[in-house]
Write a protein that binds this ligand. Structure first.
Ligand code: SF4
Length: 300
């Protein structure tokens, strides 16, 4: 029983329900960490996947309700199994033994207190590789503070700007205000990005922005915010991998992939703003084959 779950205010939704007694908040996450899959992930940014793969741990459930979520089978459905904190720490160590360059905590937000415990146990047992917190960024600064000294790399999305768009596509009007506060806290905590001589990121913040077809103005405002409020050298991944899935297949703007002109327009805008460090994707990454198969058993 973790006391943080007694009246859960782990994320900005601040549900205040008792997860230890089986109550469910907006994320529907139980009190124990629930895992859908672990794998050596080769399709993250090259500085994270390297040659041997990023040690991805996919957590079940999510505190956002994105209608286009490519991982909806685990974020918005029931898939996954519950673990103890000790079992979770063993998973981290097992990924390191398999050669993972890092531990990549995917959608970890609802489980931060358990992850803190599991990381402490794993580090006491010798975990050495960097730890990535791979999040939708709808995190509270207090949660990020709990991870101080345990997480090396923050990998936050910055998805939407306007309250109307985030309400319609993810179920909350408050996304941008909370996500930007969380990102500023992450930057303050881990400082500048460091990429070693092998090209692997070992510390810092890498912001991901998924460009959505028909929402290019959201992307432009987000890029201007990054220019105005973050260090010029901040790392940004401009993602073109959107494809219609889940409830977005019926959405009038989101029922298609991004076209090359839209993607180039945003890359040009990034360069015009004087931003320096960016990763881009091939447009053929907009393919369901690049979504891990969450129906299979864990790859250990
Ligand atoms: S983590 Fe889940 S239960 Fe806790 S405040 Fe956020 S949405 Fe609510």
């Amino acid at each position: 029983m973790n006391s943080f779950y007694q009246s859960c205010i782990i994320c900005p939704h601040q549900c205040g329900i008792n997860r230890n007694q089986g109550q469910l908040g907006r994320c529907l996450a139980p009190a124990r960490p629930k895992i859908a899959k672990t794998m050596l992930h080769l399709w993250e940014e090259p500085c994270l996947s390297g040659t041997r793969g990023s040690g991805a741990v996919f957590f079940s459930h999510c505190n956002l309700r994105c209608i286009f979520c490519q991982n909806y089978a685990i974020s918005q459905e029931e898939n996954g199994r519950e673990l103890t904190e000790i079992e979770l720490s063993d998973l981290f160590l097992s990924l390191e033994q398999q050669g993972a360059h890092n531990i990549n905590l995917v959608s970890p937000t609802p489980y931060v207190p358990s992850i803190v415990q599991a990381l402490k146990i794993a580090k006491e047992k010798g975990l050495k590789i960097p730890v990535i917190y791979n999040t939708n960024a709808f995190d509270s600064p207090e949660s990020i503070a709990l991870l101080d000294g345990l997480v090396d790399i923050y990998l936050p999305d910055l998805k939407f700007y306007s309250p109307e768009v985030s309400q319609c596509l993810a179920g909350t009007r408050e996304y941008f205000s909370h996500a930007t506060k969380a990102i500023l806290t992450m930057l303050e905590q881990v400082g500048p990005t460091y990429i070693n001589e092998e090209g692997m990121m070992t510390r810092g913040v890498l912001i991901r922005h998924l460009i959505l077809p028909g929402y290019l103005e959201e992307s432009r405002v987000i890029l201007r915010w990054i220019r105005d409020f973050l260090p010029r050298e901040v790392y940004l991944s401009l993602m073109s991998q959107y494809f219609p899935t889940h409830r977005a297949v019926h959405h009038p703007k989101l029922n298609r992939t991004l076209n090359p002109e839209e993607y180039e327009a945003i890359i040009d805008y990034f360069l015009d703003l004087g931003l320096e460090n960016g990763f881009t994707q091939d447009l053929d990454s907009a393919d369901p084959q690049y979504v891990p198969d969450f129906d299979t058993e864990e790859e250990k």
